[in-house]
Design a protein. Structure first.
Length: 102
């Protein structure tokens, strides 16, 4: 199970849980520099065939959380945070496949 907390007041639009799209980015480091999600996944050495499987919590193109990886600096809870959004992701486990012939 993975749980992350976000500064709710920094979220201005609808958030969604989805896979990656062109133009997605995270805010990285104390300087709050934008980094493309593509570059982040490459830098983290996520295999190319796994990148589309990473679940993303997103507000438009801004990624709040690459689930099982990092959250964007822009949404982190700080000493000035008044309201917190708690998000929990739980793995569903392996999907069993059955042989149609068996």
């Amino acid at each position: 199970m993975y749980t992350k907390w976000f500064d709710y007041d920094t979220i201005k639009d609808t958030i969604s849980l989805r896979s990656r799209r062109t133009g997605d980015y995270l805010t990285i480091g104390s300087e709050r520099m934008h980094q493309s999600l593509k570059k982040y996944l490459i830098n983290e050495k996520i295999p190319a065939d796994e990148r589309d499987k990473v679940l993303l919590l997103a507000e438009g193109s801004h990624i709040l959380w690459a689930v099982r990886h990092r959250i964007s600096e822009s949404y982190k809870v700080t000493k000035n945070t008044r309201r917190v959004l708690k998000v929990t992701a739980e793995p569903l486990g392996e999907i069993e496949s059955t042989n149609a012939e068996g």
